[in-house]
Design a protein around this ligand. Structure first.
Ligand SMILES: Cc1cc2nc3c(=O)[nH]c(=O)nc-3n(C[C@H](O)[C@H](O)[C@H](O)COP(=O)(O)OP(=O)(O)OC[C@H]3O[C@@H](n4cnc5c(N)ncnc54)[C@H](O)[C@@H]3O)c2cc1C
Length: 460
C-alpha cells in the first residue's frame, strides 16, 4: 500500500469552523461527516485516536439482542441498520457470524421465547432471505455442557475490528482539504470571544501549550465527559454518566475450541460472549463500577469471574490463567437514567451548553454514524449549506496496513529488516507518536513483544 502519507498540518493559532474534542469513534464519525460537508474542522484527542473505549469494545456491530428485553425496539432497529451499512462499507474489517444462545432446563427464558426473540431480531434487521439451517449446532461447541440442554436460539450479528474501523474513518476524513487531526493533544479550557471561541490546548508529548480559534466546539469525550466538563463548568455541570468498567479476556484458541460465537447467560443475569477471532477467543464482558479510569486490563476478580462462568458452561475445558493471551478493559459511557447498569439503555444524549458548544455521549459503537448527525446537521446548516445525511455512506478511501482479520505474521515480527520497513510505513502514515501506538496498529496481545532491536524514533 503506497501513497498514504498524511501531512502533519500545523494547527497552532489557526482558526477552524469547528473543533471536535475526543477522537474515539463518536468524535471521528462527527469529524468525518463535517469534513465531507467541507466544514473546516479540527479533531483532537489527548491520547491516541480510538485508544480508549473505542478499542476496548466487544468488537460487535450489533443491534443488541438483549435490549429487546427492555423493549428498546427503535434503538435495536437503528443499530441493526447501521450494522448492515458498515458491514457493506468495510467488508475487510467485519464478518457476519451466527451467534448461538444455549437454553437449559433452568434458563431464565424457555426455548420458545428465546426463539421468538431471535425471530423479532431478524425481522427488525430486515433479513428477508431464508434462515440458515444448522442441524448440528453442537459441532461448533464440542466441550459444551449438554446436561439439561434444551436447544439453541440462533441469530446473526457482525464482528469487527473496532480500532482499525475508527482509524480508517479518520484517514478517509483527512482526504478532504479542510480537515485536520492531532492525537496527543488535549483540551484544557476555552473562552468565548466576540465572534470566536479561543481554546487552550496542550501537546501531551512536548507539554507545549497553545491556542486555536473556532466558531463551534463539540465535546465527544465518551466516559471522560463528566471529568472534563465538570472542570470547565465547575458550578453548573451535573454529572451525566453512569460509568461501568467492562473487561475482556483473550483465550488461546486450542484451549476453548469454538467455531462460532456463543452467548452465555450467566446465573447473575449477565450476558457473556465467547467469540472466535483470528488471534484467539474473545471472552467478555464484566460490569463493575469504575474506580480507576486508567486501568487497561482485567482485574484478578473480573478475570476469575469470566473464567468461572466459562468453565461452568464448558466444564471439560478447565481454562486457567495460563490459557490467557491477554486482557483489556474499557468504560461504558452509559447515560445515567437511574436504572441498573445492565438495564440502562444504550441511547445517547446531546447537550447544547451554549448555542455553539455541544456535548455528545452515550450510545454504542455501532450507531456512531447516526448519533452525531443531529449536531453536524446544525453546524452545516449554520454555514448556509445543505446537509446530506447520506454523504457518510460513501466508501472509505484509505486502508490501514494491518487489521485484526489480517494481523501481522510472526515471520515479519521476527525479521528485523522487514519489521523495520513496516513500522516506518506505519509511522509515516498512521498517526504514530509512541511505541504503544505501534503495538495497537499491529494488534499485538499483551504477551507479544516488539523485536528487541526495535527503537522508537525521536522527533516524530
Ligand atoms: C466493555 C465494553 C464493550 C462494548 N462492546 C460494544 C460492542 O460490542 N458494540 C458496540 O456497538 N458498542 C460497544 N461498546 C460501547 C462502545 O465501545 C462505546 O459506546 C464507544 O466506543 C464510545 O466511543 P466514544 O467516542 O464516545 O468514547 P471514547 O472512545 O472513549 O473516546 C473519547 C476520547 O476522548 C478523549 N479525551 C479524554 N479527555 C480529553 C481531553 N481533555 N482532550 C482531548 N481528548 C480527550 C479520550 O482519550 C478518548 O479517546 C462497549 C463498551 C465497553 C466499555
Amino acid at each position: 500500500m503506497g501513497g498514504l502519507m498524511i501531512n502533519h498540518k500545523k494547527i497552532y493559532n489557526q482558526t477552524f469552523d469547528t473543533l471536535v474534542v475526543g477522537g474515539g469513534i463518536v468524535g471521528i464519525g462527527i469529524f468525518r461527516d463535517l469534513s465531507l460537508h467541507g466544514v473546516k474542522t479540527l479533531l483532537i484527542d489527548s491520547k491516541d485516536f480510538c485508544g480508549e473505549t473505542s478499542q476496548s469494545s466487544s468488537k460487535m456491530l450489533h443491534g443488541g439482542i438483549r435490549y429487546l428485553e427492555n423493549l428498546d425496539f427503535l434503538l435495536v432497529e437503528e443499530a441493526l441498520r447501521e450494522r448492515n451499512i458498515w458491514e457493506k462499507l468495510t467488508p475487510h474489517l467485519t464478518k457476519r457470524e451466527q451467534f448461538y444462545l444455549p437454553i437449559y432446563k433452568d434458563s431464565k427464558h424457555p426455548l420458545c421465547m428465546a426463539k421468538l426473540g431471535t425471530w423479532l431480531y431478524r425481522t427488525l434487521a430486515n433479513e428477508k432471505g431464508p434462515k440458515k439451517n444448522d442441524s448440528h449446532p453442537l459441532n461448533h461447541f464440542p466441550q459444551l455442557n449438554k446436561k439439561n440442554l434444551k436447544g439453541f436460539a440462533v441469530y446473526e450479528d457482525v464482528i469487527m475490528d473496532d480500532f482499525t474501523l475508527g482509524l480508517e474513518c479518520l484517514m478517509d476524513a483527512l482526504q478532504e482539504k479542510n480537515s485536520f487531526a492531532e492525537n496527543y493533544t488535549s483540551f484544557q479550557t476555552f473562552h468565548h470571544g466576540k465572534e470566536m471561541i479561543t481554546v487552550e490546548l496542550k501537546n501531551e508529548i512536548t507539554h507545549h501549550e497553545f491556542k486555536v480559534h473556532c466558531k463551534n466546539i463539540i465535546f465527544s469525550l465518551g466516559p471522560f465527559t463528566d471529568r472534563v466538563l465538570s472542570k470547565q463548568y465547575p458550578s453548573s455541570w451535573q454529572n451525566q454518566l453512569l460509568p461501568s468498567r467492562g473487561s475482556h479476556l483473550w483465550i488461546k484458541k486450542e484451549r476453548l475450541p469454538l467455531t462460532a460465537p456463543m452467548v452465555m447467560l450467566n446465573n447473575d443475569g449477565r450476558v457473556i460472549f465467547a467469540i472466535p477471532h483470528v488471534q484467539g477467543i474473545l471472552l467478555g464482558t464484566t460490569e463493575v463500577s469504575v474506580t480507576d479510569y486508567e486501568q487497561k486490563q482485567s482485574s484478578p476478580k473480573e478475570t476469575n469471574y469470566l473464567l468461572e462462568a466459562t468453565n461452568h458452561l464448558f466444564p471439560e475445558a478447565k481454562i486457567t490463567h495460563e490459557d490467557l493471551l491477554g486482557s483489556f478493559s474499557g468504560i461504558r459511557p452509559l447515560v445515567n437514567q437511574s436504572r441498573g447498569t445492565h438495564e440502562t439503555s444504550r441511547e445517547h444524549k446531546v447537550l447544547s451548553l451554549h448555542p455553539n458548544v455541544h456535548a455528545i455521549f452515550g450510545g454504542k459503537y455501532t450507531t456512531f454514524r447516526s448519533m452525531g448527525q443531529e449536531i453536524t446537521r446544525q453546524i452545516v446548516q449554520k454555514n448556509h449549506q445543505s446537509y446530506d445525511r447520506n454523504l457518510s455512506l460513501r466508501p472509505l478511501r484509505k486502508k490501514c496496513l494491518f487489521n485484526s482479520f489480517a494481523p501481522i505474521s510472526m515471520q515479519v515480527l521476527e525479521n528485523e529488516k522487514l519489521f523495520g520497513e513496516l513500522t516506518d510505513l506505519i509511522i509515516q502514515n498512521e498517526f504514530v507518536k509512541t511505541s504503544s501506538d505501534i503495538r495497537r496498529r499491529l494488534h499485538l496481545m499483551n504477551h507479544q513483544n516488539l523485536p528487541e532491536s526495535f527503537s522508537f524514533p525521536e522527533n516524530l
